[in-house]
Design a protein around this ligand. Sequence first.
Ligand code: NI
Length: 196
Amino acid sequence: MRGAAVLYRARDQGHISPMAILKIARMGHPVLRRPAQPVEDPTAPEVRRLVADMLETMEDAGGTGLAAPQVHVPLRLVIFFVSGDRSAREDEESLEVPLTVLVNPKLEPLGEDKVDGIEACLSLPGLAGRVPRFRALRYSGLDLEGNRIEREAEGFHARVVQHECDHLDGILYPQRMTDLSTLTFTTEFGKDPIPE
Ligand code: NI
């Protein structure tokens, strides 16, 4: 559990450890290219602290999800949520998803169907692009109490899970794009919208 050990050592230097907004790794940083390591003990205090900091970082940055490698911690852990508003905006299949911490996730596509959708990523600030993803999948993993989570997801919910879990395998969304001409600075969106 090398990543957590590094994290724990860094945090152990002070007696007071309030939550912190962490620096987000950007495309090109090696931590985003390497496969992450499994979390050995999801109930460990340093894992709980990492998640608290990731939640604060995601909230500050306005993200929908965040993977541990994005905050320079090479562990297989993601957080995400889908608000009711966001779900309604993206598609009708996807429902509101409560804030979820998923440790050591496994994904299994349900069927071959893929759908296109626009994605952005906190590690590629200012950019968005059209990405095909499996329409439906089953995912499983552990929560911070070590309980097993198993869910089926469709639409935007399924997209978010695929995007976040790709980070654990060193994959960023442009590597999933089939038409790079749709990669766009979001400030240019109004001028020539990405064709759906
Ligand atoms: Ni991302």
